[in-house]
Design a protein around this ligand. Structure first.
Ligand code: HEC
Length: 132
């Protein structure tokens, strides 16, 4: 009896720690969402200024901006969208990352490739939850 009470207590303690870790993990993931980060940083801009994605499509983004975008898009590939098909998600994000890498290298036709890949609506329709 005494033995089993101890075991039960120990199990409860282990579970408690595991639960605490889980909750911490979730909060951290929420605070740092690679998808939102990429959207805020590269697809959005203060009123009156061009977002980086627009500059990229026009061939006017700097090397630094393009390198940052490639990294941000790769982080998106590695993350899970709030909804939609994961395989299709990876496909869209990879297309974005690849097109941006082509821009960085200065490949011919890279801007058109990028503009096709960065289609906001195509991606949002499937992967961005509808506004409540
Ligand atoms: C490859 C997919 C993809 C493309 C392309 C894309 N988005 Fe998004 N975007 C998302 C997803 C997924 C979310 C929802 C993220 C969430 O709620 O966790 C989102 C959310 C956003 C948000 C809200 C961010 C926030 O903090 O809640 C903005 C703003 C945004 N997108 C702008 C754009 C614009 C502008 C374009 C086109 C130039 C664009 N996005 C192209 C996938 C994409």
């Amino acid at each position: 009896m005494k033995e089993s009470t101890q075991t039960a207590l120990r199990a409860a303690a282990v579970l408690g720690v595991a639960f605490g870790l889980c909750v911490t993990g979730l909060t951290a993931a929420d605070a740092k969402n690679p998808i939102k980060d990429a959207m805020q940083k590269y697809h959005k801009a203060p009123k009156g200024t061009d977002p980086t994605c627009k500059k990229a499509g026009a061939g006017q983004a700097s090397k630094e901006e393009l390198a940052g975008m490639v990294a941000a898009y790769k982080a998106m590939c590695a993350s899970k969208p709030p909804q939609g098909d994961q395989a299709n998600w990876v496909k869209l994000c990879s297309a974005l990352a690849n097109a941006t890498a082509s821009l960085e290298k200065g490949d011919a036709g890279a801007a058109d490739k990028y503009k096709a890949a960065v289609n906001c609506k195509t991606c949002h329709d499937e992967f961005r939850p509808a506004k409540k």
